[in-house]
Design a protein around this ligand. Structure first.
Ligand code: G4P
Length: 537
């Protein structure tokens, strides 16, 4: 077992690259991600009153919601970044869209984090979206801290919840806090490592005001604080939990094999502070990033980073595009010039932006793990690597083959140019993918889910003032076509021109009418590769 310091700062003077905790929260809608985000920002000192984020009687509204549509639907469509500082560390929380239709954007966001918090509703256990997002984290060995939320409501038995994590996610678990009563009996939680009783009284912002230091779960102090029946039951189950599960192992957690589990309540501020402490002391600082032809380490001197997200029109009064850059190494300073490796162009960072909870600020300096926004007019693209000159490409930021294809019908043909611009902008953000058929002039858009189509139409209408409709396309699925033999590829393109399109980068895409068509084509062209994902080269 590895000892982990319990104070908030990971080490007395963290080096530059150790001072960042860049993380995301993964969960199923309604598990409490928004509430927990608010509380983390509140406890991190980034906002002062959680109530102002979610006003009474008003529809839910959070710092991370940018768009009308999100508010109307109560879902968070676009990711954003929230930065706060505490105990000498800087926390960068990347918001992942909670809706299942937006897996592509979410996937890319998860390429930019070093760890994740998995929020589970105590009454529901692991739900489908959590599981999907977890699989993405596992692919990238992202370490996960689990927060089992809403223990103030009736929920499943804590052991059943831990069993479920172990068996369905194949993760070792280590309970860090344990509920002191649940539902009607809820009296708080107990910090099993530091022996602290976290009383249930909700006192927003008063993080330490309701913490009672104890000498273990048998401390007589507890007898005065917790009703006898609830205490007896807590003591019995907590003792069993301590003996049944192995102690916390930092190496195992950071390798993605073990998850520390916090039972708590975001709404009642229970165990939120402990979660934040765990992020500070256990969650990894910026990790080495996979790249070609070599891995990049955060303590390298030269600045490197990659664009994982693009957002157009963040400010409705000011049509802008912001590229979200994850810094992987070096110390970035405002005014620097970085090379866009893909094109060889130099990009001048005159106005890089930091995203604080409530505002954006000019970034004078940024360190590995930080996310900065770079306003630009379409030069930067998702997947871009920026360096001080080195020929390098960060890997693992793919496009996914869409599951729904539609033709775009433009009501006013005079606006074809504007439509092209709108589709390209929105494709860049990951709202849609666009394909230009080799034959014919109608754009085809590809999305992963139905809701994405609605978002697309609504944004084209409100942000670009173009009326469009979507028509069924005679295609059901798409695959990127690749081959080591250019002659074969050319032959394929010539023979199948009616089913071929180009993506934004000019890569060939085969549009299949149905699965049968796809399988037959794959069989007929054994020397070609039909790919479900594509990374920019
Ligand atoms: P999400 O972002 O994951 O979708 O969840 P969100 O935080 O919006 O929380 C969903 C609902 O669960 C909210 O209820 C919220 O207040 C509630 N909730 C979150 N954390 C806790 C908790 O620790 N305990 C309890 N009891 N509730 C919690 P709502 O929108 O106000 O109302 P409703 O959805 O219950 O109607």
């Amino acid at each position: 077992m590895t000892a982990v310091p319990t104070n908030l700062t990971a080490s007395a003077t963290p080096t530059a690259s150790e001072s960042r905790r860049t993380f995301a929260i993964i969960s199923h809608p309604d598990a409490g991600k928004t509430t927990l985000t608010e509380k983390l920002l509140l406890f991190g000192g980034a906002i002062h009153l959680a109530g102002h984020v979610k006003a009474h009687g008003e529809r839910r509204r959070t710092q991370s919601d940018w768009m009308e549509m999100e508010r109307a639907r109560g879902i968070s469509i676009s990711s954003s970044v929230m930065t706060f500082e505490r105990g000498g560390l800087t926390f960068n929380l990347l918001d992942t869209p909670g809706h299942q239709d937006f897996s592509e954007d979410t996937y890319r966001t998860l390429t930019a984090v070093d760890s994740a918090i998995m929020v589970i509703d105590a009454a529901k256990g692991i739900e489908s979206q959590t599981r999907k997002l977890f699989e993405v984290c596992r692919l990238r060995d992202i370490p996960i801290i689990t927060f089992i939320n809403k223990i103030d409501r009736e929920g499943l038995d804590p052991f059943a919840l831990l069993d479920e994590i172990e068996s369905t996610l194949a993760l070792d678990v280590c309970p860090m806090t344990w509920p002191v009563g649940m539902g009607g009996d809820f009296r708080g939680a107990f910090d099993l490592r530091d022996h602290r009783y976290l009383k249930s009284e909700s006192r927003p912002g008063a993080a330490d005001g309701h913490v009672v230091a104890c000498n273990g779960i048998d401390d007589p102090k507890l007898d005065k604080l917790v009703p006898e029946r609830i205490l007896a039951s807590f003591r019995e189950s907590a003792a069993l939990a301590v003996s049944a599960y192995p102690g916390f192992d930092l190496g195992s957690y950071r390798a993605g094999h073990l998850t520390p589990v916090f039972f708590g309540s975001a709404l009642k501020d229970c165990a939120v502070n402990e979660l934040l402490e765990a992020l500070a002391t256990m969650a990894p600082p910026p990790r080495p990033q996979p790249a070609e032809p070599r891995t990049v380490y955060p303590d390298e001197k030269a600045v490197t980073g990659f664009v994982f997200k693009m957002q157009a029109n963040m400010d409705p009064n000011h049509r802008d595009r912001v590229a979200f850059l994850r810094l992987c190494s070096g110390r970035l300073r405002r005014g620097m010039k970085l090379r866009q490796v893909h094109s060889g162009k130099m990009i001048s960072l005159q106005n890089p932006i930091f995203f604080f909870a409530r505002e954006r600020q000019l970034a004078e300096e940024a360190l590995p793990g930080d996310i900065i926004g770079i306003p630009n007019h379409g030069t930067l693209r998702v997947g871009d690597t920026l360096t001080e000159g080195e020929e390098l490409r960060f890997t693992g930021i793919p496009n996914f083959a869409p599951e729904i294809l539609r033709r775009v019908r433009l009501d006013d043909p005079m606006r074809a140019k504007q439509l092209r611009r709108a589709l390209e902008d929105l494709a860049e953000e990951g709202v849609t993918q666009v394909f230009r058929p080799i034959i014919g002039s109608q754009w085809i858009v590809g999305v992963v889910g139905q809701l994405q189509l609605e978002v697309l139409a609504s944004r084209i209408a409100t942000e670009y003032k173009i009326a469009v409709g979507f028509e069924m396309a005679p295609f059901e699925t798409a695959r990127w076509v690749a081959s080591d033999d250019p002659a074969q590829l050319k032959q394929f393109v010539e023979r199948n021109s009616g089913s071929l399109a180009e993506d934004r980068d000019g890569a060939s895409v085969f549009l299949a009418r149905d699965t049968w068509d796809l399988n037959r084509t794959i069989r007929d062209w054994p020397n070609l590769r039909f790919l479900k994902t594509r990374e920019r080269t």
